[in-house]
Ligand binder design. Structure first.
Ligand code: NDP
Length: 339
């Protein structure tokens, strides 16, 4: 089901105090959109630690509160827009104990709701309003009067009005303009983590191996980098796929290319990839195994240098032939790339 502006009643938000916990990518964009949709500024609170995010919110005219507990006590609706890995710690300790019994909690990602990492009271509403866009686009599309793709769901209906409220909030941030898609925290989490842990790792691996094979065959670093991604051809292909269709975009390629791609894909046996994909989906994502393992390292992600596991992964990935070659090419082309 797709919800449009006409399915959403902004009057439901009248007199509600709306708290944005976090003023980062999504927080800054959604708070501004909501205010521009007619929610009075004195009904919006931004809660943030005292730093540049807080200063940014103040400079945009928002009322900023540094004490999360104090902010939570006043809120009827809370947009939880801090990084997923810190939400359980911050929400459960500082926000949840101070929220009203009939508050509505809004998440922009299904992760912590699906894995039951947040403490809600049964009387509260929990909804997902999850833009499929980076924050800057959520804002710029709204400013241009356009909508953006967004998943919406009611995850817990404490007041009996959770879905209506989710739709009103979706409209207020500009998400029903292009149609908000009915989804669920389970679906959003499954698709997001599947893409991150199955689809894209395979694409990265395919590029890495393709690079090595072509390099061995005598192709130059420069030619390979431009052929494979620096020309932005893959970005154009995905742009056309979104506009014309995943398969139909091939019509823009040469006949030799169309034949090679369609014939090649049909001749590939996908059964090993399918088995691998199912393994990731069922034995890593849906059963919570990844989440449990990730929760053991998530505090380390705030450390500096080699103590940060993400930093180590970057170092290993950049040590690949592809990573090293790109570094050389970018150094050689320094200056030219900016023009
Ligand atoms: P950001 O990384 O941009 O969040 C930054 C905000 O979180 C800042 O206000 C920051 O303030 C605050 N923050 C960070 N750490 C802490 C902490 N330990 N305690 C308190 N506040 C903290 O987040 P996003 O906007 O990227 O993500 C927010 C939600 O939106 C997530 O659920 C994400 O999955 C979802 N989402 C994100 C998208 C994106 O494009 N990024 C797309 C769709 C959904 P400070 O550091 O000053 O405390």
């Amino acid at each position: 089901k797709i919800y449009h502006d006409s399915d959403a009643n902004l009057d439901l938000l009248k007199d509600k105090t709306i708290l944005f916990l976090g003023f980062g990518n999504q927080g800054a964009a959604q708070a501004q959109n909501l205010r521009d949709s007619g929610i009075p500024n004195d009904k919006i609170i931004v809660a943030n630690r005292p730093d540049h995010y807080a200063e940014d919110a103040k400079s945009k005219g928002f009322n900023v509160e540094h004490d999360f507990a104090k902010a939570a006590k006043q809120a009827d609706i809370v947009f939880l827009l801090i990084p997923d890995q810190v939400q359980p710690r911050v929400f459960n300790n500082e926000v949840a104990p101070n929220l009203k019994d009939d508050a509505c909690i809004v998440v922009a990602s299904g992760y912590n709701v699906f894995y039951k990492l947040l403490n809600f009271k049964p009387s509260q509403d929990v909804v997902m309003v999850a833009p499929r866009m980076i924050g800057s686009s959520v804002r710029s599309l709204y400013v241009k009067g356009k909508g953006f793709p967004c998943f919406v769901s009611s995850e817990q209906d404490g007041t009996g009005k959770a879905l209506e409220l989710a739709l009103a909030l979706s409209r207020a941030i500009g998400a029903t303009k292009a149609g908000a898609i009915a989804s669920s925290a389970r679906e959003e989490t499954a698709m997001d983590l599947f893409a991150e842990q199955a689809l894209w790792p395979n694409i990265i691996m395919l590029f890495r191996e393709a690079f090595s094979v072509l390099k061995e065959a005598g192709c130059s670093d420069e030619a390979l980098c431009y052929e494979m991604w620096m020309s932005k051809e893959p970005a154009e292909i995905f742009e056309r796929a979104a506009e014309d269709g995943f398969i139909r975009q091939l019509k823009h390629h040469s006949t030799v290319s169309q034949f090679g791609q369609l014939n090649g894909a049909l001749n590939l046996d996908g059964s090993a990839a399918r088995a691998h994909f199912k393994d990731i989906l069922y034995n890593q994502v849906l059963n919570g195994k990844f989440q449990k393992e990730f929760s053991k390292i998530e505090e380390d992600l705030e450390k500096e240098g080699d103590e940060n596991p993400l930093e180590i992964l970057y170092q290993k990935s950049e040590a690949s032939e592809l990573g090293q070659a790109e570094k050389r090419v970018r150094a050689r082309l320094a200056g030219l790339l900016d023009q």
